[in-house]
Design a binder for this molecule. Sequence first.
Ligand code: NAD
Length: 433
Amino acid sequence: MTTFPVDETPDTAPTDIVTARTGPLADARAQLAKAAEILDLDDGMHQMLATSRREINVTIPLRRDDGTVELFSGYRVQHNVSRGPGKGGLRYSKHVDLDEVRALAMLMTWKCAVVELPYGGAKGGVTIDARSYSPGELERVTRRYTSEIMPMIGPERDIPAPDLGTDERTMAWIMDTYSVNKGYTIPAVVTGKPLEIGGSLGRPTATSAGVVHTLAAAIAERGLRTKDASVAIQGFGKVGSHAAWILHEQGARVVGVSDEFGGLFRAEGLNIPAVFKHVERTGSVVDFPEAQAISNTELLALEVDVLVPAAVEGVLDDSTARTVRARWVVEGANGPTTAAGDKILADAGVVVVPDILANAGGVVVSYFEWVQANQAYWWTLPEIEEKLADRMRKGYADVANLAQRQDLSLRDAALCIGVRRVAEAHEIRGLYP
Ligand code: NAD
């Protein structure tokens, strides 16, 4: 079979394939190209999997609190829906663009397949710096965005969830807007909603719990236990902060944490509950008194057992990856390692537990939330925690076994599992003319 690196796209490729030469979409397509080669996929299947199934690009006008009007771009991309409805987060960030959303939607397709969820992959985004707008303004943006993408979403079509810059309040606004327009309450249209309106126990900490499960499984292969591990975590948002909390509770030494404003280091381990209180008070980890101030670049280079990037994509690139002194990188964030960074880490013998496995706990409990909402019957926290642990352990074991059998990195093995399951669904369903 012939495969095409992103920079040498054949003339016959869909126009879409040639748009991104660098950045998250190029990286996601390079990963797919490698999996396609290992799996010996034919060109037609490869091109289908490299291309989004549906995309919508909307303009969102906002009347600001001062009466002026501002416009924002919004996107929803369904990368693939061959195994079930699209599933993926909604991101509010000033850096969001269509290619980023396409890349993240593609990662969601593989992620859902790796942990055997009956979903395809989707993602949404609005190019907005959420912190610069009042709650009322964010509510108006969210409701207008929801109304613009309404034909694309729904419990059987595509189910948004929180991501960077959005939270359970955002999901409540989406659910309400969708339900009011349909004329009845439809909790299963989003996941990551508040408990009071059909959210699931365990969802707010699910991604982090999943990160910790895969971290434990990966380090156990070399005889290290979580309680004996030292960890640095970049990002102190929904994923990073709860990962820090759970690791701290399990006895690990969390020596470094950071957010976009800067980082902290304490060789004996940070008092994570005290860092939480400081963040609640000040909005950032910066200036926490019982630690040394460090930069984000310094955090990535800390001498620890495990580094957990849990902020944004592309932070481990061809320059920062060279500085990594951790033995494991467990990707809490989506796409934190560039293709060049990945090669450098592999050459240095650093084991990377890839995003599509490591941070899948969030979408696993989102699936549980959707199942509960569809049945209108809610499970207990221990039930959810046990089912999550089972899924993550099985996901890790499948990936690690394939990696060992075929001498692949964990990333290539995870991609091969995800891509193969999606390709099989296409083969079995056939092509509608
Ligand atoms: P969040 O908005 O709650 O937190 C993001 C954190 O990263 C904040 O602490 C922010 O200050 C920090 N940050 C932002 N830019 C940074 C930079 N340049 N350098 C260092 N820190 C920076 O977002 P989140 O939900 O925790 O998501 C973090 C990552 O995890 C994203 O890549 C997201 O796609 C991924 N993810 C999230 C979930 C989920 O359930 N929330 C699930 C899977 C994957």
